[in-house]
Design a binder for this molecule. Structure first.
Ligand SMILES: CC(C)(COP(=O)(O)OP(=O)(O)OC[C@H]1O[C@@H](n2cnc3c(N)ncnc32)[C@H](O)[C@@H]1OP(=O)(O)O)[C@@H](O)C(=O)NCCC(=O)NCCS
Length: 318
């Protein structure tokens, strides 16, 4: 097997590999194109490859590091190797993963993180054999909109009344969203990202990088739901509508002093109601098992558990 760096035009092939590994993980090639385009601005921060055997594509591999490491003692990079069932080989997996680790280490990383689905027959064992140990668990969920339409729309109207009662105005953005609104949203993201339970501090993206993500295919301005007290943004959430795969929650955050008032639940219900009105049948999301508040919201909204994700960690310095 050999590695070939991805190049423009490989998006469909790469997306096809992802779906061959897990049929329920659809990926929109247009999103890959946008991500690779964005990453080209800082080519030294990642490597993405197709794994080839002769003319056959057998999988993909990557390593990525943030542009700026989070404040904290440890610099974490993401690495992974994914192989198509039937083309999996523990030996090739280990060889390719070592190359990803070496590149991550040369870019300054102290630890490597790799994510696997808990229901995958090959991947978790292959990571363990390469010296990875379990770091964190997260739950994946699906909310079936078709089964719960009436209840969810009722919950939305009741949340609207609750928010009006406490002086919170909820609205989606519109095409007139100007730089100041994007700056507000970014400020809220930067304030709340450190509160997501994690072992290694999550890096805050630069405003430019974050803004580029907010303009990737599947993100629609009028599907970003925000909560306001007077002129202050206090919470937001949005779903990503990719051309392939499920509609999924991208982010939800509430400013610290406004937590516990039902605001995240209310903005989520707006985005769920909108997805119903757009004819969508389900929404997926994934949450760290220590994120009690969001797990509680999702379970009370009727999200059903799916196979979760396991994050593995390995030191690159020992
Ligand atoms: C998760 C987050 C968005 C919740 O915002 P919020 O506006 O406080 O949420 P709500 O008030 O709508 O609901 C929180 C619910 O969790 C419950 N809750 C809070 N802490 C809890 C805990 N430790 N155990 C169980 N339930 C808890 C609250 O009681 C409330 O439920 P209730 O309305 O039935 O009483 C907010 O904590 C946040 O911004 N966290 C950082 C970013 C993040 O983790 N985002 C989610 C992943 S993208």
């Amino acid at each position: 097997m050999k590695l070939r760096p991805v190049r423009p035009g490989d998006e469909r092939e790469y997306a096809g590999v992802i779906t061959s590994i897990h049929g329920d993980e659809g990926v929109d090639p247009a999103v890959l194109q946008a991500v690779w385009q964005r990453e080209k601005r800082l080519p030294q921060n990642q490597g993405r490859y197709l794994i080839l055997e002769g003319r056959q594509t057998c999988g993909y591999a990557f390593w990525t590091r943030p542009a700026d490491w989070a404040a904290g003692p440890v610099k974490a990079a993401n690495v992974n190797v994914r192989m198509i069932p039937g083309r999996q080989s523990a030996q090739d997996f280990a060889w390719i993963l070592t190359q990803m680790e070496t590149a991550a280490k040369s870019s300054g990383a102290d630890v490597a993180l790799a994510v696997a689905r808990e229901d995958d027959d090959f991947h978790p064992g292959a990571l363990a054999a390469c010296g990875y140990r379990v770091d964190r668990l997260s739950r994946s969920w699906r909310l079936n909109l078709s089964d719960r339409t009436a209840e969810l729309l009722l919950a939305r109207s009741s949340a609207r009344k609750d928010m009006a009662r406490i002086g919170i105005e909820i609205r989606s953005l519109d095409d007139t969203a100007d730089e100041s609104i994007w700056r507000d949203l970014y400020g809220l993201a930067a304030e709340t990202i450190p509160d997501i339970p994690s072992t290694f501090s999550e890096a805050i993206p630069s405003f430019e990088d974050w803004l580029a993500r907010m303009h990737e295919p599947g993100v629609f301005v009028d599907r970003i739901w925000t909560a306001w007290r007077d002129d202050s943004l206090v919470a937001y959430t949005y779903l990503v509508y990719r051309a392939a795969g499920d509609v999924s929650t991208a982010y939800t955050g509430t400013r610290k002093q406004f937590r516990g008032l039902g605001i995240a639940r209310a903005v989520k219900l707006e985005s769920i109601g909108q997805a119903i009105e757009l004819g969508k049948h389900s929404i997926t999301t994934n949450n760290d098992l220590e994120n009690a508040a969001i797990l509680h919201i999702n379970s009370t909204l009727g999200y059903q558990p799916l196979p979760g994700l396991v994050t593995y960690v390995k030191s690159l310095t020992s």
